[in-house]
Design a binder for this molecule. Structure first.
Ligand code: ZN
Length: 298
């Protein structure tokens, strides 16, 4: 299944048809995508019955004005640092022996094509495979982990390096949680849609120049181990997100270092899911109105 948030409405994509779930289900499910994760099993069962029989009458409107985040109100967002061998090497860090976890605060969530305001001279890109939780996870074994995943989407773990690495004991979370620093989308793809959900090519370009070109098969701690590790310590709730880490090629790892400037365009893609396009702007050119509109695309 491919599920999206089109014009603030829960949408099931079936072939060329975009089905408005609230309408097609006669209100069984409401239009807000964030409400679906607490009823995930029921929803997927409905999709399996409904999608093959979708009528053209079910199709949502002709165009999509705004594509929003696939999970706009997660209770928790986890990020994983140094989770690709090549990225740990470029960061000059030894490979972690246990997952290196931090949080991105949920207020940073944005739709996939949101314009992002630079917060300083060292804002960096990190394309990441993002897991959306579909079932509550408490002490889930890695063998059962994938059955707790609603689906996968594309994310950018936008990072202000000066803020992230400030102080003797750096704290990641604030540098990665400014407004719109967690764009996700454009669709949620259920794990059964992939030949191998543990081996997906992911790529990031800036102004057309390819910066990151990796595969999730190189994750130090794959999705199933991350879910086991996190859920042994805290409960994961439906709709929660795990940003699983970024491959090599970030600006911090380049010589000379290269960071984002106003006008830069980041394109982030993952095989079998799709892509997001994020334009960078600076504080001076971001009017309160345009910033408000960008936030509204969540
Ligand atoms: Zn990251």
């Amino acid at each position: 299944m491919r599920i999206a948030n089109h014009d603030d409405r829960l949408t099931l994509l079936a072939g060329d048809t975009a089905i408005d779930v609230s309408t097609a289900s006669d209100g069984l499910f409401d239009h807000r995508i964030e409400h679906i994760y607490d009823r995930w099993d029921e929803f997927i069962t409905w999709c399996r019955h409904h999608a093959p029989r979708a009528q053209s009458a079910d199709a949502a409107g002709p165009g999509v004005a705004a594509v929003g985040a696939v999970s706009p109100r997660p209770r928790q967002i986890f990020g994983v640092g140094l989770n690709y061998v090549d990225h740990a090497a470029e960061a000059g860090s030894p490979l972690p022996t246990v997952p290196l976890l931090f949080t991105k605060f949920p207020s940073a969530i944005a739709g996939p094509n949101t314009t992002i305001t630079l917060t300083g001279p060292s804002v960096d890109w990190e394309v990441e495979l993002v897991v959306v939780v579909g079932r509550r996870c408490e002490k889930v074994n890695r063998a059962d982990a994938w059955s707790h995943v609603a689906g996968l989407t594309v994310g950018q773990d936008i990072s202000d390096r000066d803020v992230q690495l400030q102080g003797a004991n750096s704290q990641y979370s604030f540098g990665k949680s400014f407004e719109n620093f967690a764009p996700i989308g454009p669709v949620l793809v259920t794990p059964d849609e992939f030949d191998d959900p543990d081996s997906l090519a992911l790529r990031c370009s800036v102004n057309g120049e390819i910066m990151q070109d990796g595969t999730s098969s190189n994750l130090v701690f794959p999705v199933s181990e991350l879910i086991e590790y996190i859920s042994a310590r805290v409960t994961l709730f439906p709709g929660d997100l795990i940003f699983t880490g970024t491959p090599a090629g970030v600006g911090l790892g380049r010589s000379p270092r290269r960071y984002l400037r106003a006008g830069d365009v980041i394109v982030s893609t993952i095989e079998g899911i799709g892509g997001m396009t994020n334009k960078m702007t600076d504080l001076e050119s971001a009017s309160p109105e345009s910033r408000h509109q960008a936030a509204g695309a969540r």
